[in-house]
Write a protein that binds this ligand. Structure first.
Ligand SMILES: *Cc1c(COP(=O)(O)O)cnc(C)c1O
Length: 377
């Protein structure tokens, strides 16, 4: 079977895991956690990184630390993985859903601007969404497939309206924006190290920020808000820490980050070059220089074409899948406040993801391309 996106554990993973067992540092404190955090801050070009138990918990705790509360609204793109919306819900807040733009599948900044300019007022230092009277407490741009949103414009809007920007950079580790690392683009950014991401810790995540107070607050909150080594806890905290075992895998993985990203880009370039001229085929939005091409694939001309192609590929033992379904079409989020969604509605169900594992061989890539070509010309 040629898998869609599986971990590549060909480095020092075993060695570092053995070290955890030999030293008994298997739990939430240990040298690999600190080392992994140092690596993460460095590759992101920022000062602080806090490792967490998942990408979802990284987002949740960052929202809490930025003051998002029960009853608030948080602006997010409808086209995202459900974790973005769930993290908002876990705060007791609700997503205010906006569309994406087709050129990069990231958040539609014009729609945000329109909402903030025409539907909000400032009252008691709070930004109030007039139609419901709720506070807009944050904006979460999502770096879809590792494509960075148009952050200059978004940052200037966020600072004008004084709302925190929390980037869901789940799959964007190692990405650049205008040639520079992404760690200082938002108030804070979060990564996921789930099994299908570019680097994995089995399950895990991290928050990166250049704000020392915010980093300290997050670190305190995610370890039960414990005061020192006493059993005094000064607020309601969380148990969202990464274990030393997970971080050991992370340290081995991050040593190969640039190798993995280069391979992801080669995979994208190969599919694009081989498949671009087929009828009824559009390519994934590309940020080949700065992006990280987490997943590669195609946008076909209909939903049926996607399901048919998945079946055909399966016969040749090639795994392919659909991709994200927008939040406004999901049962828990279908009644959320939302803008016009005509862009994501036009493409989301025509997306076909193709094998994108960093360990895929050139022969396997050729086989995938060959099967698609024979069935779509
Ligand atoms: C993977 C992913 C997450 C969630 O991460 P987990 O580690 O699975 O909790 C969040 N947002 C996006 C956009 C993702 O792709």
């Amino acid at each position: 079977m040629i898998s869609l996106c599986i971990p590549n554990l060909s480095g020092n993973e075993k060695k570092y895991l053995n070290d955890c067992i030999d030293t008994t540092y298997v739990s939430s404190v240990g040298p690999y956690v600190s080392k992994f955090e140092e690596y993460l801050a460095r590759v992101s070009g920022t000062d602080y990184a806090v490792a967490t138990s998942a990408g979802t918990t990284a987002l949740h705790i960052t929202l809490v630390a930025c003051g998002v509360q029960n009853g608030d609204l948080v602006i997010i793109p409808s086209y995202t993985f459900i974790a973005t919306a769930n993290a908002v819900s876990h705060c007791g807040a609700s997503p205010l859903l906006v569309d994406v733009t087709y050129d990069d599948w990231t958040i539609n900044i014009d729609q945000i601007q329109e909402i903030l300019n025409s539907k909000t007022i400032k009252s008691n230092n709070k930004l109030i969404y007039v139609p419901t009277g709720q506070r807009i407490a944050a904006i979460i741009p999502v770096y879809t497939l590792g494509n960075i949103a148009k952050m200059e414009k978004l940052c200037s809007i966020a600072s004008k309206f004084e709302i925190p920007l929390i980037a869901d950079a789940a799959a964007a580790i190692g990405a650049l924006y205008k040639g520079k690392p992404i760690g200082k683009l938002a108030t804070a950014s979060t990564f996921s190290f789930n099994g299908n991401k570019t680097i994995t810790t089995g399950g895990g995540g991290a928050v990166i920020t250049d704000n020392q107070l915010l980093a300290e607050k997050i670190r305190h909150l995610l370890s039960t808000a414990r005061v020192g080594i006493t059993y005094t806890h000064d607020e309601v905290g969380y148990n969202y820490r990464m274990t030393n075992i997970a971080a050991a895998v992370g340290c081995a993985q991050i040593e190969k980050l640039s190798v993995f990203i280069n391979r992801k880009k080669e995979i994208r370039q190969y599919y694009d070059a081989e498949l671009k001229d087929l009828p009824g085929v559009e390519l994934f939005p590309n940020q080949l220089d700065d992006g990280v091409c987490w997943f590669s694939g195609l946008v076909l001309d209909s939903e049926v074409a996607v399901t048919d192609m998945i079946e055909i590929l399966k016969k040749y033992e090639i795994e392919a899948r659909t991709f994200w379904k927008p939040m406004h079409l999901q049962p828990p989020y279908q009644n959320c406040l939302k803008t016009d969604m005509s862009i994501c509605e036009k493409f989301w169900n025509r997306v076909l993801t193709l094998p994108s594992s960093t360990g895929i061989t050139n022969e396997e890539l050729e086989k995938v391309v060959d099967v698609i070509k024979r069935n779509r010309s």
